[in-house]
Design a protein around this ligand. Structure first.
Ligand code: F0G
Length: 339
């Protein structure tokens, strides 16, 4: 195997693994960092999009999951489990399949996007639809893994954080540092990981974290019993990494703020229509926040687009134009194309 396949090999010197560990990889990481001309112009700063939807299962979770599942294999686990709003489930299911482990995922019934559900099922995970929300699911899997020898691969697992901090390494390597990072916040694992990564890489951008207004406990300071938002990935009312996220905010002189569903969907559509980048609604919260609050003095900014637009085809179809029906004649096609 060549030296630089996958995240763990690329950053072996900065991750808690050895080259001869049983590394489970789908060649995650090394995602595009794309200049966003239209957004840059709008906010008067140089803005880049970190396209985490380009990871193998379509979200940033793969960075953490390759590490968490590798560690699970190392420890001799036979099964992994997570609570999830969808992406963690898809990623855990894929890496578990690859490692030959059993996988179980607990998701809020009816509240995860279709693409994510299809992935988890295709990879052969046991998919459990909880009649409850993500916060309840996480509480229950924590209790379950206290009682049974199953590896918990939510971002409460430190190997998840170790893997996800590599996205910050990549940004610093590519741009030599940034002034601000805009990032959607749900369970607050990713913002915690980015901060650890930036500190380790010797860059200290301000962290601007954005939550959906209907699921913004870090903004209000109180847990939200019934979180609601169109951005189902971040429909979370009691983030597991609450303290760490607040520490990252304070240490980076950053800020955590709320964006409405309407603002999220505006950013979601304009990313697709103006920048040619199709992300899922939760991911667009980063850009929605940047457009709402402005660059706040930062000259070079990265926005994390956490998951691919294919994850949630239903919301995409609801938010876009309709198709044009057409008879199979040249006249009808001419009318449809040029009319
Ligand atoms: N964006 C997407 C697309 C996500 O799937 C998530 C979290 C986040 C942002 C927020 O990241 O939780 O580290 O603050 N998804 C988790 C899941 C909760 O189960 O897939 P966070």
């Amino acid at each position: 195997m060549s030296a630089r396949v996958g995240l763990i090999h690329r950053f072996l010197d900065r991750l808690p693994f050895e080259a001869d560990d049983p590394i489970v990889t789908l060649q995650e990481g090394s995602t595009p960092l794309v200049h966003a001309a239209w957004i840059s112009e709008r906010v008067g700063a140089e803005v880049f999009l970190k396209i985490e939807g380009a990871n193998p299962t379509g979200s940033f979770k793969d960075r953490g999951m390759c590490c968490a599942v590798t560690q699970a294999v190392k420890e001799g686990s036979e099964a992994v489990i997570c609570a999830s709003t969808g992406n963690t489930a898809a990623s855990a299911a894929a890496y578990a399949a690859r490692a030959g482990l059993r996988g179980a995922v607990i998701v809020p019934d009816g509240k995860i996007a279709t693409g994510k559900l299809a992935q988890a099922l295709m990879h052969g995970a046991r998919v459990i639809a909880l009649r409850g929300n993500f916060d309840q699911a996480l509480e229950l899997v924590r209790e379950l893994t206290d009682k049974h020898p199953i590896a918990l691969v939510n971002s409460v697992n430190p190997y998840r954080i170790a893997g996800q901090k590599t996205a910050a390494f990549e940004i610093v390597e590519e741009l030599g540092g940034i002034d601000a990072l805009c990032i959607p916040v749900g369970n607050a694992g990713n913002i915690t990981a980015y901060w650890a990564g930036f500190v380790e890489a010797g860059n200290a951008p301000r962290l601007f974290g954005f939550q959906a207004a209907g699921a913004a406990p870090l903004v209000s300071g109180v847990r939200v019993e019934k979180p609601e938002t169109v951005a189902s990935a971040i429909r979370i009312g009691n983030p597991a990494r609450w303290e760490e996220a607040m520490t990252a905010m304070t240490q980076s002189s950053g800020r955590i703020a709320a964006v409405t569903d309407e603002e999220i969907l505006d950013a979601y559509r304009l990313l697709a229509a103006r920048e040619g980048v199709f992300c899922e609604p939760a991911s667009a919260a980063s850009v929605a926040g940047l457009l709402k609050f402005g660059a706040q003095g930062a000259e070079r900014i990265a926005c994390v687009l956490t998951g691919h637009g294919h994850k949630d085809p239903q919301t995409a179809l609801e938010q876009s134009g309709s198709v044009l029906p057409c008879e199979p004649t040249i006249g009808a096609v001419e009318e449809a194309v040029l009319g």
